[in-house]
Write a protein that binds this ligand. Structure first.
Ligand SMILES: Cc1cc2nc3c(=O)[nH]c(=O)nc-3n(C[C@H](O)[C@H](O)[C@H](O)COP(=O)(O)OP(=O)(O)OC[C@H]3O[C@@H](n4cnc5c(N)ncnc54)[C@H](O)[C@@H]3O)c2cc1C
Length: 302
C-alpha cells in the first residue's frame, strides 16, 4: 500500500480541486466558521464535544499573524453566540512563532484572554520538533501569567516526551496526548509503531498518576483498550479525562466510546486553507492517502 500512497500523495496536485474537496469533505468542516458551527451542532446533538481548528500554519508576516489572531477572536464570539459546546485548537506557527516569539505570545495571550472571558478553553496544538521547546515555553508563560484555560499537546513518538510530561505534571498541565503526525528523525523520535504505542501507554499512565487532565487523542483500538483499563484501575471520574478523535475518522468507534459513558471531543478543522492543508499533509505523510482511498471506496473506516 505504501507505494500507492506515495503515488497518490505526489500526484494530488494534478487532481482537480473539486475532487480533492469531495474527498476532504469527510475530514474538513468547510471553509467558513458557520460551516464549522453546523458540524459542531450535529456532534453536540450526538453528545460529543468539539474543538475547532482554523486550517493553516507557518505564517511569515506580522500582518498575517495578526489577521489570524483576529479570526480566532471572531471564532470565539461565534461559538458563544451559537451556544455550541466547542473549544479551540490552534497552531503557534499561525500566530507568528517562526517570526518572533514576542509577536506570537501577544497574539496567543489575546486569544486565551478572550477565551477566558467567554468561559472557553484553548488547546495549543503541537507541530514539528523544531517548535516543541518554544511551544512548551509559550504554554508555561501563559500559566505563569495566571491563565488556566489553556492546554498543550505531547507527542508519544518523541523520545523527550517522558521528561516533558514529568516537568509539566508539576503544573497539573492539561495535556492532549497523541502519537505525533510529522516525520521526525530516528535520533529524536521512535519510528516503530509498537514502541510508539508502548510510550503512549506509559505517558498516559504517568499523566493519570500525576492527576493531570488528559485528552486521549487516538483512533488506535489497542491504546483505547489500555486507556479503559487505566481509567478503571485509577478509578477516574468522567471529568478527569476525555477521548479525542479527528472529524470523519472511525465514527463507529467514536459512537462506542460515547455509549460507554466517556466524554469524547471531535477535532473539527475548517478554513480557506483546506486545499493547501490537504495537499501538504498528504505529501508529509503519504500514509494518510490510504485513508483517502478507503474513504473513496467506502472501505473499513468504521
Ligand atoms: C484530536 C486529535 C488531535 C491531534 N493533534 C495533534 C497535534 O497537535 N500534533 C500532532 O503531531 N498530531 C496530532 N494528532 C495526530 C496524531 O498524532 C496521529 O498522527 C493520528 O491521530 C493517527 O494516530 P492514531 O493514534 O489514531 O493511530 P493510527 O495507528 O495511525 O490509527 C489507528 C487506526 O485509525 C484509523 N485512522 C487513523 N487516522 C485516520 C485518518 N486520518 N483517516 C482515516 N482513518 C484513520 C486507521 O484505521 C488506523 O488503522 C491529533 C490527533 C487527534 C485524534
Amino acid at each position: 500500500m505504501s507505494f500507492l500512497n506515495t503515488l497518490i500523495a505526489k500526484s494530488l496536485p494534478l487532481v482537480p480541486k473539486s475532487i480533492v474537496g469531495q474527498v476532504s469533505k469527510r475530514y474538513i468542516a468547510g471553509s467558513t466558521v458557520h460551516e464549522a458551527v453546523n458540524v459542531v451542532r450535529d456532534l453536540n446533538a450526538k453528545h460529543m464535544l468539539a474543538t475547532v481548528d482554523i486550517l493553516g500554519e507557518d505564517v511569515y508576516s506580522e500582518s498575517e499573524a495578526v489577521a489570524i489572531k483576529d479570526e480566532w477572536l471572531n471564532v470565539l464570539s461565534t461559538i458563544r453566540e451559537a451556544s455550541i459546546d466547542s473549544n479551540c485548537s490552534l497552531k503557534l506557527s499561525q500566530l507568528g512563532l517562526r517570526i518572533d516569539s514576542e509577536l506570537c505570545y501577544r497574539n496567543l495571550e489575546a486569544i486565551v484572554s478572550a477565551a477566558r472571558k467567554a468561559g472557553n478553553f484553548v488547546r495549543i496544538d503541537m507541530e514539528d520538533s523544531s517548535t516543541t521547546s518554544d511551544t512548551i515555553a509559550q504554554y508555561r508563560r501563559l500559566r505563569e501569567a495566571g491563565y488556566d484555560n489553556v492546554g498543550v499537546v505531547i507527542q508519544a513518538y518523541l523520545r523527550r516526551s517522558e521528561e516533558d510530561i514529568r516537568a509539566l505534571a508539576k503544573l497539573k498541565a492539561n495535556i492532549r496526548l497523541c502519537k505525533g503526525i510529522y516525520v521526525e528523525p530516528e535520533d529524536i523520535a521512535f519510528r516503530d509503531r509498537y514502541a510508539i504505542r508502548r510510550n503512549f501507554v506509559l505517558l498516559l499512565r504517568t499523566l493519570f498518576e500525576s492527576g493531570c487532565y488528559v485528552g486521549i487523542a487516538t483512533h488506535d483500538d489497542y491504546i483505547i483498550e489500555k486507556a479503559y483499563e487505566l481509567i478503571e484501575r485509577s478509578k477516574l471520574a468522567r471529568e478527569q479525562y476525555e477521548f479525542q478523535m479527528l472529524l470523519g475518522v472511525r465514527e463507529q468507534l467514536r459512537d462506542s466510546i460515547v455509549a460507554r459513558g466517556h466524554r469524547l471531543r471531535v477535532y473539527v478543522p475548517f478554513g480557506q486553507a483546506w486545499y493547501a492543508y490537504s495537499v501538504r499533509r498528504l505529501n508529509e505523510n503519504p500514509q494518510i492517502a490510504g485513508y483517502i482511498v478507503k474513504a473513496m471506496f467506502g472501505l473499513n473506516n468504521s
